[in-house]
Design a protein around this ligand. Structure first.
Ligand SMILES: *[C@@H]1O[C@H](CO)[C@@H](O)[C@H](O)[C@H]1NC(C)=O
Ligand SMILES: *[C@@H]1O[C@H](CO)[C@@H](O)[C@H](O)[C@H]1NC(C)=O
Ligand SMILES: *[C@@H]1O[C@H](CO)[C@@H](O)[C@H](O)[C@H]1NC(C)=O
Ligand SMILES: *[C@@H]1O[C@H](CO)[C@@H](O)[C@H](O)[C@H]1NC(C)=O
Ligand SMILES: *[C@@H]1O[C@H](CO)[C@@H](O)[C@H](O)[C@H]1NC(C)=O
Ligand SMILES: *[C@@H]1O[C@H](CO)[C@@H](O)[C@H](O)[C@H]1NC(C)=O
Ligand SMILES: *[C@@H]1O[C@H](CO)[C@@H](O)[C@H](O)[C@H]1NC(C)=O
Ligand SMILES: *[C@@H]1O[C@H](CO)[C@@H](O)[C@H](O)[C@H]1NC(C)=O
Ligand SMILES: *[C@@H]1O[C@H](CO)[C@@H](O)[C@H](O)[C@H]1NC(C)=O
Ligand SMILES: *[C@@H]1O[C@H](CO)[C@@H](O)[C@H](O)[C@H]1NC(C)=O
Ligand SMILES: *[C@@H]1O[C@H](CO)[C@@H](O)[C@H](O)[C@H]1NC(C)=O
Ligand SMILES: *[C@@H]1O[C@H](CO)[C@@H](O)[C@H](O)[C@H]1NC(C)=O
Length: 493
């Protein structure tokens, strides 16, 4: 029988040209973030929404973005392609982490992981160097792939990397020295950038045979410029005995020992080392995570795409599974989807357990520019949309509590009116202020400025009209109650 000559997936392709999507503008700062449209239908867990839209984000706004539940912008990072924008714990403190770099057309990338403290100062820049081969032989300053940036309790970072290599693909209808992508992961010491652990899927070919890949060899794949992507690593989680790795093109998670050997495999197609009980199917998955691990079993959660550009199966779901290591079963526990809004996400996506007690889950739909929060009963309590489907994507998306006082000052714009001026003010990234105070200053350098107005914060930017101005100098301050958190420069107008 002839092999199926199609390329099923590719994880990050965006197939549609961006149609116009509304965006916000401000007077006090030059940002154009995409509008986050929301429907809130129930109480959500606390926290802001973290997104990294990319693709046709018009006219700007391709950046790490934080929004509140009302859709107000809270933070916009530099214009760049990002992924995994999230809050994690490092050394016991909340930090922001995100990957930024270049994405390749077929769904991997080369970049750097940035770690910022709660003032947005970059405290660590994690890079990976080594003898990697790229499709065009170009060298990169860092070979960290976009798919994972997971801080471990040991202050190390788990990241993925894709290496181009030649391999015998005769078992799947190729030649004896065809070009392919090997899926690697690295554990990197955050303080020193030293590699403390590494793993390669090709080193475990006996346990992860190429013949199991759902990504078929074909088309132009198999050259150095367009290598065949057999595995597609996209998530790594530490476990009690090593790591659990998600290989999207295998429709499987692999439980690895400390030395990287495969201890067991759970497949969304047939269970592999487990008998499936109930609906335990998944395919083309992302973001497998481990919960409540004991020697007898554990819970796995994952984003079940169940679709590719060439494969339209069932709606995408958020899945949790119980692994029973004693009886060797995998049991479907939860399957989350919005019956009023069935989504077919062909690539990317994430499943975030917000709270193990109340059962809330936050999902980002990858190539479909939507996020949803589900409650413990599986009802949708929040939906958000930030772009045109299949044109704008956020690889992952999250909800996190986050408290930040930026190291930069608030910004303002003062525009004259017939009776005085309108003062527009914002403080990018500041989460905790609730009030603005406006001061009239006697000069560009004066320190004993006179408060002439106060007003409640209204979203990202607040406007206050002032009258009776006696000078051309204005300064503003952001307050939490009576406590000044930040003061702007003095502006003349
Ligand atoms: C990469 O370099 C090798 C060795 O010099 C060369 O044989 C190969 O053609 C190069 N590949 C590309 C895509 O430039
Ligand atoms: C942390 O490091 C210790 C000592 O190297 C090791 O035994 C432990 O497994 C590590 N924990 C994680 C979660 O990686
Ligand atoms: C990448 O693959 C090449 C063979 O194509 C190999 O020489 C090199 O060591 C690999 N790089 C890493 C970091 O494993
Ligand atoms: C963690 O904290 C210790 C003690 O303050 C410090 O020496 C170390 O550099 C920190 N590690 C990281 C990764 O920030
Ligand atoms: C790797 O670890 C597994 C599980 O502990 C063990 O069975 C196996 O012998 C080890 N392999 C090597 C090469 O050390
Ligand atoms: C294994 O199955 C037996 C019989 O169905 C059941 O009694 C037992 O609780 C199961 N073990 C676990 C760990 O679930
Ligand atoms: C872990 O177990 C606890 C106690 O049974 C439960 O409340 C929690 O929901 C479980 N976590 C997950 C992710 O299933
Ligand atoms: C909100 O609900 C309306 C009406 O059902 C729907 O048209 C719209 O697409 C929804 N928006 C989001 C972000 O879910
Ligand atoms: C305020 O914004 C207007 C345009 O909206 C611009 O012309 C003016 O230069 C800005 N003023 C300051 C002080 O930035
Ligand atoms: C006042 O500030 C301006 C600009 O910030 C500076 O050039 C000037 O030297 C300052 N004057 C005094 C007296 O400090
Ligand atoms: C400021 O005053 C103008 C009219 O002069 C009015 O149109 C505008 O709504 C006022 N803005 C605020 C924030 O009060
Ligand atoms: C502006 O000045 C007038 C006349 O001195 C005064 O009645 C009014 O209260 C002042 N307005 C403000 C907002 O201070």
């Amino acid at each position: 029988m002839a092999p199926l000559w199609y390329t099923a997936s590719s994880a990050l392709l965006l197939s549609v040209t961006a149609a116009a999507w509304p965006y916000s503008t401000y007077k006090s700062i030059d940002f154009q973030p995409p509008t986050l449209q929301i429907n809130q239908t129930g109480p959500t867990d606390p926290g802001f929404i973290f997104l990294g839209p990319r693709g046709g984000v018009q006219p700007a706004g391709q950046a790490a973005l934080i929004y509140d539940n009302a859709g107000n912008l809270v933070y916009e990072g530099p214009e760049e392609v990002t992924s995994n924008f999230m809050v994690q714990k490092l050394n016991g403190s909340d930090v922001i982490t995100f990957w930024a770099g270049d994405m390749m057309d077929i769904g991997y990338g080369y970049g750097t992981v940035h770690i910022l403290d709660s003032t947005y100062q970059e405290i660590h820049t994690v890079t990976l160097t080594g003898n990697f081969v790229t499709p065009d032989n170009s060298t990169k300053t860092s070979y960290i792939d976009l798919h994972e940036s997971n801080i471990t309790p040991n202050n190390t970072l788990l990241v993925t990397a894709y290496n181009v290599t030649q391999h015998d693909l005769t078992s799947i209808g190729g030649t004896s020295s065809e070009w392919m992508l090997d899926s690697h992961f690295y554990e990197i010491d955050i303080a020193t950038n030293e590699i403390v652990n590494s793993w390669s899927a090709l080193d475990h070919e006996d346990d992860i045979p190429l013949t199991s890949s759902h990504q078929k060899l074909g088309g132009t794949a198999g050259t150095q410029e367009n290598p065949y992507d057999a595995y597609h690593i996209n998530a790594i989680t530490p476990t009690n005995n090593g790591h659990l790795v998600s290989l999207r093109h295998m429709w499987s998670g692999y439980y690895l020992s400390e030395n990287g050997s495969v201890m067991w495999q759970v497949s969304g197609e047939n269970g592999a080392d487990f008998t499936q009980v109930g609906n335990a199917n998944f395919s083309w998955q992302h973001d497998i995570r481990v919960w409540n691990e004991t020697d007898e079993g554990m819970i796995l959660t994952l984003f079940n795409n169940a679709n590719t550009p060439t494969d339209n199966e069932s709606p995408t779901t958020g899945v949790s599974l119980a692994i029973d290591l004693v009886n060797k079963t995998v049991t479907g526990l939860r399957s989350l989807s919005d019956n009023n809004d069935p989504i077919h996400s062909v690539s990317q996506g994430s499943y975030q357990v917000l709270n193990e007690q109340d059962g809330h889950v936050f999902m980002d739909y990858g190539s479909i520019s939507k996020v949803k929060e589900f409650d413990g009963a599986g009802n949708v309590v929040f939906s958000g949309k930030f772009g045109t489907d299949n044109a704008v994507a956020s690889y992952r998306g999250y909800r996190f509590p986050w408290s930040a006082v930026p190291f930069w000052k608030p910004s303002l714009n003062v525009t004259r009116t017939s009776t005085g001026a309108t003062v527009y003010m914002s403080w990018n990234g500041a989460t905790d202020y609730d009030t603005w105070a406006v001061y009239s200053a006697s000069s560009a350098n004066s320190t004993n400025n006179q408060q002439i107005a106060t007003g409640k914060r209204t979203g990202f930017e607040t406007a206050i009209n002032v009258t009776n101005l006696t000078t051309d100098y204005i300064q503003v301050a952001a307050l939490q109650g009576n406590n000044v958190l930040g003061t702007s420069d003095i502006t003349s107008f």
